[in-house]
Design a protein around this ligand. Structure first.
Ligand SMILES: [Zn+2]
Length: 435
């Protein structure tokens, strides 16, 4: 599989000037559009399942209770059509999602349906709603209707072309980026969910028109077990994929400074014409599935930094399993995108107010006192390694292979080895999930 199945041919990119810029005037007020479908919070993955679409209702209520809807254009987006979903997904898989119900699921081949990705009532409707919102948001951005578009129901970054994965059935991020590629020469995708943005990386692994950068927890047992630094892209896309693997317990200061160092370097080298930011809230402290020590303010600081780049921006949700904190985080970040200061005490009139006890604050303490397994020296090394990799984007003949630092040579060797292994494999996947 590679991106050539849905991207315009390589020749098409000659229509874009390499110097084409889409910067918003730094001093002008950024227009914000917000996409929310009233039904998106009414689906149920199951009582035991950590994914609760109800968190989207909670978020929307809190956004409204702070009066933020008055400062932006609010849209109820249309549902994605079958054809729109098939722009990325295989026909068989979409037809399966359309027909399957909890009662007849045994009749179909599996498409990786399991307890992580269960069949529930209205599944296809749910997919059409959240994907439709991301596509509509991308379209609004591209048609110059807004400088920043928000869809908190999107960001479901694990779904694959032909199967479900990690609570994600269709990949709205890929669909939105595909739409943006019709209008913009270079898309930068940034993912701050605690899980690796594997589905998006895989979709654009072989193209230089999308650069993917994912910050995530990485080890041999943590889902999806990919996202090592040695995954750097292949073919035309080699060096257009970056991964920042982290360990449990990372704190605010380390995360934010690492994020700013890496992203400013990426921005300067890649010069994206549009940015897609996946704001998974499972990277917050006290998340049910995560293991970081990050506060809502630090998470929001990453959003603030991207906003300050003044590049057209599509903001999406993602994971997040402690649902009052997800609502707090995405409301706070909506405020950041609107330059609105939000009082710390939550508005008492907000529906489900009791969910936010005992503190009823926008910024409860989220430090779990988990040991920070990321050492200072490891964290200092990451921006240096990233910088060395980014030098390849310049295509400068001055890049001297023999002068590569030892660490970087190791990353490149590992990347080449992975590619050779994947070519030996008979499957169509470029990058293996399990090694
Ligand atoms: Zn996640």
């Amino acid at each position: 599989m590679n991106s050539s199945t849905f991207l315009p041919g390589n020749n098409d990119k000659t229509i874009w000037s390499q110097s084409a810029t889409f910067h918003i005037q730094p001093h002008s007020k950024q227009k914000v559009a917000y996409f929310h479908h009233k039904d998106v919070g009414n689906f149920h993955f199951g009582v035991q399942h950590p994914m609760k679409p109800h968190r989207l209702t909670l978020t929307n209520n809190l956004v409204m209770s702070y009066g933020l809807h008055e400062k932006m254009t609010v849209y109820c987006p249309p549902k994605a059509t079958d054809d729109e979903l098939m722009e990325f997904h295989e026909t068989d898989y979409i037809n399966f999602l359309k027909k399957v119900t909890p009662e007849n699921s045994e009749e179909f081949p599996k498409f990786n349906i399991n307890e992580d990705c269960p069949i529930f009532e209205g599944l296809y409707n749910f997919c059409q709603i959240y994907a439709g919102a991301s596509i509509a948001a991308a379209h609004q951005l591209a048609s110059d209707g807004a400088d920043i578009c928000i869809n908190w129901s999107g960001g479901l970054h694990h779904a694959r072309r032909f199967e479900a994965s990690g609570f994600c059935f269709v990949n709205d991020v890929v669909l939105a980026i595909q739409h943006l590629l019709r209008f913009y020469p270079r898309v930068l995708y940034i993912d701050i969910d605690i899980h690796h943005g594997d589905g998006v990386q895989e979709a654009f692994y072989a193209t230089d028109r999308v650069m993917t950068v994912s910050f995530h927890k990485y080890n041999a047992s943590f889902f999806p077990r990919t996202g090592n630094m040695s995954e750097i892209g292949c073919g035309l896309g080699k060096f257009f994929c970056l991964n920042v693997p982290l360990k449990d317990g990372i704190d605010d200061d380390s995360y934010v400074s690492l994020f700013k160092d890496v992203i400013s370097d990426v921005r300067d080298h890649y010069q994206p014409s549009v940015i897609v930011l996946q704001c998974g809230a499972d990277s917050l402290g006290k998340d049910i599935l995560g293991g970081f020590n990050m506060s809502i303010k630090a998470h929001g600081e990453c959003v603030k930094f991207i906003k300050s780049c003044h590049i057209p921006l599509l903001v999406l949700g993602g994971g997040g399993y402690r649902i009052p904190n997800v609502a707090r985080c995405w409301t706070y970040e909506t405020g950041i995108l609107l330059d609105a200061e939000l009082q710390s005490e939550l508005p008492e009139r907000t529906p489900y107010y009791n969910y936010f006890g005992p503190d009823f604050s926008l910024h409860p303490p989220l430090v779990r006192r988990m040991y920070n397994f990321n050492t200072k020296s490891e964290l200092q090394k990451i921006p240096q390694q990233v910088h060395e990799l980014l030098r390849f984007l310049d295509g400068a003949p001055s890049v001297q292979m023999q002068e590569l630092p030892g660490d970087l040579q190791f990353i490149l060797d590992e990347s080449d080895k992975e590619l050779r292994d994947s070519r030996k494999d008979q499957t169509i996947d470029i990058r293996r999930r399990k090694r």
